[in-house]
Design a protein around this ligand. Structure first.
Ligand SMILES: CC(C)(COP(=O)(O)OP(=O)(O)OC[C@H]1O[C@@H](n2cnc3c(N)ncnc32)[C@H](O)[C@@H]1OP(=O)(O)O)[C@@H](O)C(=O)NCCC(=O)NCCS
Length: 305
Protein backbone atom coordinates (compact mmCIF):
# COMPACT_ATOMS: atom_id res chain seq x y z
CA UNK A 1 0.00 0.00 0.00
CA UNK A 2 1.44 3.39 -0.92
CA UNK A 3 2.89 5.62 1.80
CA UNK A 4 0.32 8.43 1.75
CA UNK A 5 -2.48 6.05 2.76
CA UNK A 6 -3.38 5.87 6.44
CA UNK A 7 -5.64 3.37 8.17
CA UNK A 8 -8.03 4.76 10.77
CA UNK A 9 -11.34 4.08 12.46
CA UNK A 10 -14.40 5.21 10.50
CA UNK A 11 -16.02 8.60 11.35
CA UNK A 12 -19.56 9.92 10.78
CA UNK A 13 -18.29 12.45 8.21
CA UNK A 14 -17.12 9.52 6.01
CA UNK A 15 -20.69 8.30 5.57
CA UNK A 16 -21.57 9.75 2.15
CA UNK A 17 -18.19 8.88 0.67
CA UNK A 18 -18.48 5.33 2.00
CA UNK A 19 -21.77 4.79 0.16
CA UNK A 20 -20.19 6.11 -3.05
CA UNK A 21 -17.14 3.90 -2.55
CA UNK A 22 -19.15 0.71 -1.94
CA UNK A 23 -21.37 1.47 -4.93
CA UNK A 24 -18.49 2.22 -7.31
CA UNK A 25 -16.29 -0.62 -6.10
CA UNK A 26 -18.88 -3.38 -6.39
CA UNK A 27 -20.42 -2.16 -9.63
CA UNK A 28 -17.02 -1.68 -11.27
CA UNK A 29 -15.75 -5.08 -10.16
CA UNK A 30 -18.82 -6.99 -11.33
CA UNK A 31 -19.18 -5.11 -14.62
CA UNK A 32 -15.50 -5.56 -15.43
CA UNK A 33 -16.05 -9.31 -14.97
CA UNK A 34 -18.97 -9.40 -17.43
CA UNK A 35 -21.64 -9.49 -14.70
CA UNK A 36 -24.51 -7.07 -14.13
CA UNK A 37 -24.00 -4.21 -11.65
CA UNK A 38 -24.99 -4.99 -8.03
CA UNK A 39 -26.68 -1.61 -7.54
CA UNK A 40 -29.05 -0.46 -10.28
CA UNK A 41 -30.13 2.90 -8.80
CA UNK A 42 -28.28 5.80 -7.14
CA UNK A 43 -25.16 5.45 -4.97
CA UNK A 44 -27.25 6.35 -1.92
CA UNK A 45 -28.61 2.76 -2.10
CA UNK A 46 -25.29 1.60 -0.67
CA UNK A 47 -25.79 3.76 2.43
CA UNK A 48 -27.77 0.87 3.94
CA UNK A 49 -24.52 -0.74 5.16
CA UNK A 50 -23.51 2.32 7.20
CA UNK A 51 -27.08 2.74 8.39
CA UNK A 52 -27.36 -0.83 9.69
CA UNK A 53 -23.85 -1.17 11.09
CA UNK A 54 -23.98 2.17 12.89
CA UNK A 55 -27.08 0.90 14.72
CA UNK A 56 -25.71 -2.54 15.63
CA UNK A 57 -23.85 -3.03 18.87
CA UNK A 58 -20.20 -4.00 18.41
CA UNK A 59 -20.04 -2.93 14.75
CA UNK A 60 -17.54 -0.46 13.31
CA UNK A 61 -15.25 -0.07 10.30
CA UNK A 62 -11.68 0.67 9.33
CA UNK A 63 -11.02 3.02 6.41
CA UNK A 64 -7.93 3.57 4.26
CA UNK A 65 -7.62 7.33 3.70
CA UNK A 66 -5.42 8.61 0.86
CA UNK A 67 -4.43 12.06 2.15
CA UNK A 68 -2.68 13.18 -1.04
CA UNK A 69 -5.76 12.43 -3.16
CA UNK A 70 -8.15 13.61 -0.44
CA UNK A 71 -10.35 10.53 -0.62
CA UNK A 72 -10.97 7.09 0.79
CA UNK A 73 -9.15 4.20 -0.91
CA UNK A 74 -11.05 1.45 0.91
CA UNK A 75 -13.29 0.47 3.79
CA UNK A 76 -14.08 -2.70 5.71
CA UNK A 77 -16.79 -3.13 8.35
CA UNK A 78 -16.21 -5.54 11.22
CA UNK A 79 -18.06 -6.68 14.30
CA UNK A 80 -16.98 -7.83 17.72
CA UNK A 81 -19.16 -10.53 19.19
CA UNK A 82 -18.84 -12.69 22.28
CA UNK A 83 -17.48 -15.74 20.45
CA UNK A 84 -15.78 -14.31 17.38
CA UNK A 85 -15.16 -11.34 15.15
CA UNK A 86 -16.92 -11.15 11.84
CA UNK A 87 -16.05 -9.24 8.77
CA UNK A 88 -18.65 -7.22 6.90
CA UNK A 89 -18.42 -5.71 3.46
CA UNK A 90 -14.87 -5.05 2.22
CA UNK A 91 -14.49 -2.66 -0.70
CA UNK A 92 -11.57 -0.88 -2.34
CA UNK A 93 -11.89 2.07 -4.72
CA UNK A 94 -11.27 0.79 -8.30
CA UNK A 95 -8.33 3.23 -8.72
CA UNK A 96 -6.56 1.31 -5.91
CA UNK A 97 -7.34 -2.31 -6.90
CA UNK A 98 -4.34 -4.62 -6.64
CA UNK A 99 -2.21 -2.27 -4.51
CA UNK A 100 -2.53 -4.10 -1.18
CA UNK A 101 -5.22 -1.84 0.34
CA UNK A 102 -7.57 -4.73 1.17
CA UNK A 103 -4.70 -6.79 2.61
CA UNK A 104 -3.87 -3.93 5.02
CA UNK A 105 -7.52 -3.37 6.01
CA UNK A 106 -7.84 -7.10 6.68
CA UNK A 107 -4.67 -7.14 8.77
CA UNK A 108 -6.04 -4.32 10.94
CA UNK A 109 -9.00 -6.60 11.77
CA UNK A 110 -7.11 -9.89 12.17
CA UNK A 111 -4.61 -8.12 14.47
CA UNK A 112 -7.48 -7.12 16.78
CA UNK A 113 -8.84 -10.68 16.70
CA UNK A 114 -5.41 -12.10 17.45
CA UNK A 115 -5.04 -9.82 20.47
CA UNK A 116 -8.19 -11.32 21.97
CA UNK A 117 -7.54 -14.83 20.55
CA UNK A 118 -10.81 -14.94 18.63
CA UNK A 119 -11.61 -16.54 15.28
CA UNK A 120 -12.70 -14.28 12.41
CA UNK A 121 -15.59 -15.35 10.20
CA UNK A 122 -17.00 -14.07 6.92
CA UNK A 123 -18.96 -15.02 3.82
CA UNK A 124 -17.14 -14.31 0.55
CA UNK A 125 -18.09 -14.66 -3.09
CA UNK A 126 -16.82 -17.80 -4.81
CA UNK A 127 -17.07 -16.01 -8.16
CA UNK A 128 -14.82 -13.18 -7.00
CA UNK A 129 -11.37 -14.74 -6.90
CA UNK A 130 -9.76 -11.46 -5.79
CA UNK A 131 -11.85 -11.58 -2.65
CA UNK A 132 -11.60 -15.38 -2.17
CA UNK A 133 -7.81 -15.20 -2.49
CA UNK A 134 -7.47 -12.14 -0.25
CA UNK A 135 -8.94 -14.16 2.61
CA UNK A 136 -7.36 -17.56 1.97
CA UNK A 137 -3.94 -15.87 1.71
CA UNK A 138 -4.56 -14.37 5.14
CA UNK A 139 -5.20 -17.82 6.62
CA UNK A 140 -8.97 -18.13 6.23
CA UNK A 141 -10.29 -21.61 5.41
CA UNK A 142 -13.51 -22.16 3.40
CA UNK A 143 -15.95 -24.20 5.51
CA UNK A 144 -19.28 -24.21 3.75
CA UNK A 145 -20.50 -23.33 0.27
CA UNK A 146 -23.83 -21.66 -0.45
CA UNK A 147 -25.97 -21.18 -3.54
CA UNK A 148 -27.39 -17.67 -3.83
CA UNK A 149 -30.93 -18.14 -5.08
CA UNK A 150 -32.78 -15.23 -6.63
CA UNK A 151 -36.55 -15.47 -6.65
CA UNK A 152 -39.39 -13.22 -7.85
CA UNK A 153 -42.10 -13.77 -5.24
CA UNK A 154 -45.49 -13.57 -7.04
CA UNK A 155 -47.76 -10.80 -5.75
CA UNK A 156 -50.37 -13.47 -4.88
CA UNK A 157 -47.72 -15.52 -3.02
CA UNK A 158 -46.07 -18.83 -3.92
CA UNK A 159 -48.52 -21.66 -4.76
CA UNK A 160 -47.35 -23.88 -1.91
CA UNK A 161 -50.39 -24.51 0.27
CA UNK A 162 -50.91 -23.53 3.89
CA UNK A 163 -48.07 -22.05 5.94
CA UNK A 164 -46.62 -24.34 8.61
CA UNK A 165 -48.41 -23.85 11.97
CA UNK A 166 -45.03 -24.37 13.66
CA UNK A 167 -43.78 -21.02 12.30
CA UNK A 168 -44.65 -17.69 13.96
CA UNK A 169 -43.13 -14.20 14.23
CA UNK A 170 -40.26 -14.03 16.71
CA UNK A 171 -40.55 -12.16 19.97
CA UNK A 172 -37.97 -10.74 22.38
CA UNK A 173 -38.49 -13.75 24.66
CA UNK A 174 -37.17 -16.01 21.84
CA UNK A 175 -33.72 -14.41 21.81
CA UNK A 176 -32.25 -16.69 24.45
CA UNK A 177 -33.34 -19.83 22.57
CA UNK A 178 -32.19 -18.36 19.23
CA UNK A 179 -28.77 -17.69 20.69
CA UNK A 180 -28.55 -21.20 22.17
CA UNK A 181 -29.59 -22.83 18.90
CA UNK A 182 -27.07 -20.93 16.80
CA UNK A 183 -24.38 -21.71 19.33
CA UNK A 184 -25.24 -25.41 19.12
CA UNK A 185 -25.35 -25.51 15.29
CA UNK A 186 -22.78 -22.93 14.22
CA UNK A 187 -20.63 -22.41 17.32
CA UNK A 188 -21.28 -18.65 17.51
CA UNK A 189 -23.15 -16.35 19.87
CA UNK A 190 -24.60 -12.91 19.05
CA UNK A 191 -27.73 -12.10 21.03
CA UNK A 192 -27.36 -8.35 20.43
CA UNK A 193 -27.88 -8.92 16.68
CA UNK A 194 -31.18 -10.63 17.43
CA UNK A 195 -32.32 -7.83 19.74
CA UNK A 196 -31.46 -5.39 16.94
CA UNK A 197 -33.59 -7.31 14.40
CA UNK A 198 -36.53 -7.53 16.77
CA UNK A 199 -36.38 -3.87 17.80
CA UNK A 200 -36.47 -3.13 14.04
CA UNK A 201 -35.42 0.53 14.24
CA UNK A 202 -34.62 0.44 10.51
CA UNK A 203 -38.17 -0.72 9.75
CA UNK A 204 -37.26 -3.48 7.27
CA UNK A 205 -36.41 -6.47 9.48
CA UNK A 206 -38.68 -9.37 10.23
CA UNK A 207 -37.86 -12.62 12.03
CA UNK A 208 -39.74 -15.91 12.13
CA UNK A 209 -39.14 -18.83 14.47
CA UNK A 210 -40.11 -22.47 14.03
CA UNK A 211 -40.86 -24.66 17.04
CA UNK A 212 -40.42 -28.42 17.23
CA UNK A 213 -43.20 -30.79 18.39
CA UNK A 214 -41.64 -30.78 21.87
CA UNK A 215 -41.94 -26.97 21.98
CA UNK A 216 -38.21 -26.25 21.65
CA UNK A 217 -36.84 -23.95 18.97
CA UNK A 218 -36.00 -25.70 15.69
CA UNK A 219 -34.89 -22.67 13.72
CA UNK A 220 -35.22 -18.98 13.03
CA UNK A 221 -34.89 -16.77 9.98
CA UNK A 222 -34.62 -12.99 9.65
CA UNK A 223 -35.19 -11.09 6.43
CA UNK A 224 -34.61 -7.54 5.22
CA UNK A 225 -35.92 -5.88 2.07
CA UNK A 226 -33.81 -7.66 -0.52
CA UNK A 227 -32.37 -10.65 1.27
CA UNK A 228 -33.51 -13.46 3.53
CA UNK A 229 -31.18 -14.33 6.41
CA UNK A 230 -29.49 -14.70 8.74
CA UNK A 231 -30.93 -17.86 10.18
CA UNK A 232 -30.27 -21.45 11.18
CA UNK A 233 -32.43 -24.56 11.30
CA UNK A 234 -31.99 -28.04 12.68
CA UNK A 235 -32.95 -29.66 9.37
CA UNK A 236 -34.01 -28.90 5.81
CA UNK A 237 -37.75 -29.24 6.45
CA UNK A 238 -37.54 -26.59 9.19
CA UNK A 239 -35.46 -24.33 6.93
CA UNK A 240 -38.05 -24.73 4.16
CA UNK A 241 -40.93 -23.76 6.47
CA UNK A 242 -39.01 -20.67 7.61
CA UNK A 243 -38.05 -19.66 4.07
CA UNK A 244 -41.67 -19.95 2.94
CA UNK A 245 -42.86 -17.80 5.84
CA UNK A 246 -40.36 -15.02 5.12
CA UNK A 247 -40.87 -15.27 1.33
CA UNK A 248 -44.58 -14.82 1.89
CA UNK A 249 -43.88 -11.51 3.63
CA UNK A 250 -41.98 -10.32 0.55
CA UNK A 251 -44.78 -10.86 -2.01
CA UNK A 252 -44.33 -8.95 -5.26
CA UNK A 253 -40.60 -8.40 -4.73
CA UNK A 254 -37.36 -9.96 -5.91
CA UNK A 255 -35.34 -11.51 -3.09
CA UNK A 256 -32.08 -13.40 -2.71
CA UNK A 257 -31.33 -16.11 -0.18
CA UNK A 258 -28.42 -18.44 0.37
CA UNK A 259 -28.69 -22.14 1.10
CA UNK A 260 -25.93 -24.70 1.70
CA UNK A 261 -25.12 -26.60 -1.51
CA UNK A 262 -25.28 -29.93 0.33
CA UNK A 263 -28.95 -29.40 1.26
CA UNK A 264 -30.17 -31.20 -1.86
CA UNK A 265 -33.88 -31.32 -0.96
CA UNK A 266 -33.96 -27.63 -0.08
CA UNK A 267 -32.15 -26.73 -3.30
CA UNK A 268 -34.76 -28.68 -5.31
CA UNK A 269 -37.57 -26.93 -3.41
CA UNK A 270 -36.05 -23.55 -4.23
CA UNK A 271 -35.89 -24.45 -7.92
CA UNK A 272 -39.51 -25.59 -7.69
CA UNK A 273 -40.51 -22.15 -6.36
CA UNK A 274 -38.87 -20.61 -9.46
CA UNK A 275 -35.52 -19.77 -7.88
CA UNK A 276 -32.43 -19.21 -10.06
CA UNK A 277 -28.80 -19.37 -8.98
CA UNK A 278 -27.20 -15.93 -9.19
CA UNK A 279 -23.90 -16.49 -7.32
CA UNK A 280 -21.99 -18.84 -5.01
CA UNK A 281 -20.58 -17.85 -1.63
CA UNK A 282 -18.31 -19.56 0.87
CA UNK A 283 -18.22 -19.23 4.64
CA UNK A 284 -14.58 -18.80 5.61
CA UNK A 285 -13.07 -18.94 9.08
CA UNK A 286 -9.64 -17.91 10.32
CA UNK A 287 -8.92 -19.73 13.55
CA UNK A 288 -10.83 -22.37 15.45
CA UNK A 289 -14.32 -23.27 14.38
CA UNK A 290 -16.44 -26.30 15.21
CA UNK A 291 -18.04 -27.97 12.15
CA UNK A 292 -21.25 -26.19 11.12
CA UNK A 293 -24.27 -28.41 11.66
CA UNK A 294 -27.89 -28.17 10.57
CA UNK A 295 -28.81 -25.62 7.90
CA UNK A 296 -27.07 -22.23 7.90
CA UNK A 297 -28.90 -19.44 6.05
CA UNK A 298 -26.42 -16.54 5.93
CA UNK A 299 -26.55 -13.02 4.51
CA UNK A 300 -24.06 -10.27 3.65
CA UNK A 301 -25.83 -7.63 5.70
CA UNK A 302 -25.32 -8.19 8.47
CA UNK A 303 -22.85 -10.88 7.50
CA UNK A 304 -23.04 -14.30 9.12
CA UNK A 305 -20.52 -17.06 9.28
C1 LIG B 1 -11.74 -7.85 -3.53
C2 LIG B 1 -11.02 -6.51 -3.27
C3 LIG B 1 -11.52 -5.98 -1.93
C4 LIG B 1 -9.53 -6.75 -3.22
O1 LIG B 1 -8.91 -5.49 -2.89
P1 LIG B 1 -7.41 -5.12 -3.33
O2 LIG B 1 -6.97 -3.96 -2.52
O3 LIG B 1 -7.38 -4.99 -4.80
O4 LIG B 1 -6.62 -6.44 -2.89
P2 LIG B 1 -5.06 -6.51 -2.55
O5 LIG B 1 -4.30 -5.68 -3.51
O6 LIG B 1 -4.87 -6.20 -1.10
O7 LIG B 1 -4.77 -8.05 -2.86
C5 LIG B 1 -5.27 -9.07 -2.07
C6 LIG B 1 -4.42 -10.34 -2.12
O8 LIG B 1 -5.08 -11.31 -2.96
C7 LIG B 1 -4.09 -11.88 -3.81
N1 LIG B 1 -4.72 -12.44 -4.99
C8 LIG B 1 -5.58 -11.83 -5.85
N2 LIG B 1 -5.94 -12.71 -6.81
C9 LIG B 1 -5.32 -13.89 -6.52
C10 LIG B 1 -5.33 -15.18 -7.09
N3 LIG B 1 -6.04 -15.44 -8.21
N4 LIG B 1 -4.61 -16.17 -6.51
C11 LIG B 1 -3.89 -15.92 -5.39
N5 LIG B 1 -3.84 -14.71 -4.80
C12 LIG B 1 -4.54 -13.72 -5.37
C13 LIG B 1 -3.16 -10.74 -4.08
O9 LIG B 1 -1.90 -11.21 -4.58
C14 LIG B 1 -3.03 -10.14 -2.70
O10 LIG B 1 -2.18 -10.89 -1.86
P3 LIG B 1 -0.65 -10.40 -1.56
O11 LIG B 1 -0.76 -8.98 -1.18
O12 LIG B 1 -0.23 -11.30 -0.46
O13 LIG B 1 0.05 -10.62 -2.84
C15 LIG B 1 -11.31 -5.50 -4.43
O14 LIG B 1 -11.09 -6.15 -5.65
C16 LIG B 1 -12.73 -4.96 -4.39
O15 LIG B 1 -13.02 -4.00 -3.69
N6 LIG B 1 -13.62 -5.56 -5.22
C17 LIG B 1 -15.00 -5.10 -5.30
C18 LIG B 1 -15.75 -5.30 -4.00
C19 LIG B 1 -15.72 -6.72 -3.56
O16 LIG B 1 -15.87 -7.63 -4.35
N7 LIG B 1 -15.53 -6.93 -2.27
C20 LIG B 1 -15.45 -8.25 -1.67
C21 LIG B 1 -16.76 -8.82 -1.39
S1 LIG B 1 -17.68 -7.98 -0.18
Amino acid sequence: MSEGIELRQVAEEDREEIAELIYLSLNTWYQSHAMPPIFAGASSQADVFYQVYSQMEGSTAVVAADHSAGRLAGICFYHTRPTHMSLGIMTVHPDYFGQGVARCLLKWITDIADEVSQPVRLVSSALNLDSFSLYTRAGFVPRRTFQDIQLEVPSQGLPVGRPSPAVRPADAVDVEAMEALESELSGISRASDFHYFLQNAAGFWHTSVCTRPDGTLGGFLTSSGLMLGPGVAVDEATAEALLLAELDRRRGTSVVFQIPVECGDLVQQAYGWGGRNCELHVAQVRGDSPPMRGVTLPTFMPETG
